[in-house]
Design a binder for this molecule. Structure first.
Ligand code: NAP
Length: 237
């Protein structure tokens, strides 16, 4: 192991076997980070990690055991973590509005909200050992009340009654943790509509979709906390 690799800052990305997470891992590795590309499936995650120069680690965000195991591994291997990118997300089932159930919403919240906090909780002791700890929560403009009202006014509303509330919760979780954890910079990023499996291939490139995430992930010690940004700058809450 070279001195350079010993000194490389350490990043971990959830749900990174494809889409925005994979591009985030690639860009962080390119920026000189030692990247833990995590995925719930080793069949999907291991080759993805190999392709972008990252290390693979299995991590299922809905499983306390899996998240704890991943945190223990990074603790042993690195002793600290500089950047955590909470990215793993799902849209949940699509139904007629009257057919959505509490269980449908619980499933989405379990991954998209509880999953983020589960990972933060497990990695917090490692982040606290970094001299520049950052958490980037991948959110969405669909979680913004301001954008919701703009869309209604513009006649562009399309309902996402599970996904949008989950992303609104991530925004508030971000704002809360930024105040409650003053030693750690906690921010939310909106990728914008990005061409991945989640968006059924619609939207801009994954490079564009990761710009805000990378800006927050690479911010120096004087960087922001408690902000919500997209690739053009501050995003209204
Ligand atoms: P994607 O291509 O569908 O990728 C989602 C990733 O999350 C996959 O790697 C998936 O793993 C993983 N994942 C899902 N549930 C998981 C779990 N329980 N544990 C661990 N990993 C899990 O979607 P994407 O577009 O890249 O989305 C990434 C993030 O960006 C999400 O938070 C999404 O809400 C957000 N976002 C996307 C867009 C967009 O237009 N694409 C816009 C705004 C925000 P598997 O392959 O195993 O399923």
């Amino acid at each position: 192991m070279t001195t350079e690799s010993v000194r490389a800052p350490v990043a971990l990305v959830t749900g990174a076997n494809k889409g925005i997470g994979l591009e985030t891992a690639r860009r962080l590795a390119e920026a000189g980070y030692r990247v833990y590309l995590t995925a719930r499936s080793s069949e999907r995650g291991r080759p993805a990690a190999g392709a972008v120069g990252a290390r693979f680690l299995e991590l299922e965000v809905t499983s306390e055991e899996s998240v704890r195991h991943a945190a223990d591994f990074v603790a042993q291997a690195e002793g600290h973590l500089d950047v955590l990118v909470n990215n793993a997300g799902i849209t949940g089932p699509v139904r007629e509005v009257r057919d959505y159930t509490g269980d449908d919403l619980a499933e989405v919240l379990l991954t998209n909200v509880a999953g983020y906090l589960r990972v933060i909780h497990a990695f917090l002791p490692l982040l606290e050992k970094s001299d520049n700890p950052r958490i980037v929560n991948v959110s969405s403009g669909l979680g913004s009340f301001s954008e919701f009202h703009d869309r209604i006014r513009a006649g562009e509303f399309s309902g996402t009654p599970l996904y949008a509330p989950a992303k609104a919760a991530i925004n508030m979780l971000t704002a809360q943790l930024a105040h409650l954890l003053p030693g750690i910079r906690v921010n939310a990023a909106d990728p914008g509509m990005t061409a991945t499996d989640l968006s059924q291939g619609q939207g801009h490139s994954v490079q564009d979709g990761t710009d805000a995430i990378i800006t927050l992930a690479l911010a120096g010690p004087g960087g922001p906390t408690g902000t919500f940004i997209d690739r053009n700058g501050e995003h209204p809450w």
